[in-house]
Ligand binder design. Structure first.
Ligand SMILES: Cc1ncc(COP(=O)(O)O)c(C=O)c1O
Length: 451
């Protein structure tokens, strides 16, 4: 037996050494060639460590969420100091999980009874008009009604001063994304949620590591989501997670992720509750196997252990990645100051320390976004819009049941005149300088009439 274990270990070592060697040969970054090398807005940043853990997981061939998923969830629980952290297969699933949890049939059994309580069909959720589609979709999918509130040019977040007036008799929750990594006003918003007895959910997909008043974004709301798609701060290819902060939500959240089941055994385990064949729930016969009792209408949102292995290696680098993003952001902020007669640069609240997803820019009146974006893209500088712009205007969202609070003037400005460029850790100082030169070339050469 010792012989097989030793042989296995020795073979694994050889394979992992070869993987390290392969990484060094196959994934060398090519030299930056201005105008030829793409300056991406984002991308995966990895080295041999991610490839080694991925290969280790492949050799173990556990496949479903297992040892690496456990480690990753534990690591993120420590990072957020939250009650629970649930790994799921995307940021969109994380958002769906959060909203569905607030509607879960079994939630009422787990809450203390003094909070806002479970959401019912027709209840309203306040959310910004400028957003990512799958921040709003779970509201609609759960037969709730989004209440759209205007955003601010400069912060690109919900205007916190409009929230209180948007609250109606059916309003039960506020769901805010920290857009492009800049945290929302987490003094005003949690205070309103508490005083008006509303659930607060954070979409932190763009904002891992951001803080407000020194507190991590993702720790203010009842729950908060993350995305681990390659564009985000850390990646596992596809992946996401939910930090559960509030009391009473963990069991329902886990159930919704895992098929809606009542049983909370880990994969491959049985009888964690010690009474697997003694439950009587719903109208099922007494003793019906707890593994097959469903107290919620759930999903399967789980990841594979291979994804989690990559995520674990990335989790070691959160601080390094966040710092690089902040450094790149500062360099762009300083370098673009000369063009403020044309550009509105990001507005950062002194209480906020963003963990930038990108560098958003709004063009002042008379400057045409299409023309500038084409100039940058022709120079191989990738640009992106702030997701769905004013989501109310998107074809898929035109006919949803909704309430619009006030006008969405600034959201329309963001839809028409805003875009963002990259700050991800794969960008070097030389690349950022090249981006700054491209802006300079645009504004120096052109008479204002053709901006
Ligand atoms: C704010 C926000 N929420 C949710 C998502 C969805 O994440 P995913 O692509 O992992 O589904 C994204 C994706 O970029 C996002 O930016």
């Amino acid at each position: 037996m010792g012989g097989i274990a030793d042989a296995k270990q020795a073979l694994k070592q050889r394979i992992l050494d070869l993987v390290r060697e392969y990484y060094a040969v196959a994934h060398q970054r090519p030299e930056f060639e201005p105008g030829r090398t793409r300056v991406s807005y984002s991308g995966r940043v990895f080295d041999e460590r991610e490839m080694v853990l991925l290969t280790d997981s492949a050799l173990d061939f556990w496949l479903t969420a297992g040892p690496y998923a456990d480690k990753f969830e534990r690591r993120m629980r420590q990072f957020f100091d939250c009650r629970d952290f649930l790994l799921v297969n995307s940021g969109s699933s994380a958002n769906l999980l959060m909203v569905t949890t607030l509607c879960a049939p079994d939630l009422i059994n787990n809450l203390r009874g003094d909070g806002p309580g479970p959401l019912q069909p027709g209840d309203e959720v306040i959310t910004p008009a400028v957003t990512f589609p799958t921040t709003v979709a779970p509201i609609v999918q759960n037969r709730l009604v989004p209440v759209f509130v205007d955003c601010e040019v400069g912060t690109y977040n919900i205007n916190p001063h409009l929230i209180e007036d948007a609250i109606g008799p059916r309003t039960k929750a506020i769901f805010v994304p920290h857009t492009v990594g800049n945290p929302c006003d987490m003094e005003i918003i949690p205070e309103i949620a508490k005083r008006r007895n509303l659930w607060l959910l954070e979409d932190g997909c763009d904002a891992l590591g951001a803080t407000f008043n020194g507190q991590l974004a993702g720790t203010f709301g009842a729950m908060s989501s993350l995305s681990f798609y390659p564009a985000h701060h850390i990646t596992m290819g596809e992946g996401g997670g939910v930090a559960v902060n509030a009391f009473g939500l963990q069991k329902s959240a886990k159930s919704v992720r895992d098929w809606g089941r009542d049983c909370w055994c880990d994969p491959g385990k049985s009888d964690t509750c010690g009474k697997r064949f003694e439950w009587q729930l719903g109208e099922l016969p007494c003793g019906y196997d707890h593994k097959y009792i469903y107290s919620n209408i759930g999903y399967n949102m789980k990841v594979t252990d291979l994804q989690a292995a990559i995520g674990l290696a990335q989790a070691d680098r959160i601080d390094e990645f966040v710092e690089a993003r902040r450094r790149n952001f500062r360099r762009l902020q300083d370098g673009l100051k000369d063009w403020q007669e044309y550009l509105i640069l990001p507005k950062i609240d002194p209480r906020a320390n963003p963990s930038p997803f990108g560098f958003p820019i709004t063009l002042r009146e008379g400057v045409d976004r299409g023309r500038l974006v084409r100039h940058l893209e022709n120079a191989q500088i990738e640009t992106r819009l702030v997701f769905g712009g004013n989501i109310v205007k998107q074809p898929g969202f035109l006919n949803i049941e909704k309430r619009v609070h006030g006008d969405l003037r600034d959201s329309d400005v963001i839809m028409r005149d805003t875009f963002f460029i990259g700050v991800y850790p794969g960008l070097t100082p030389i690349m950022i300088d090249y981006v700054l030169e491209a802006f300079a070339a645009y504004f120096v050469k052109r008479p204002v009439a053709v901006l």
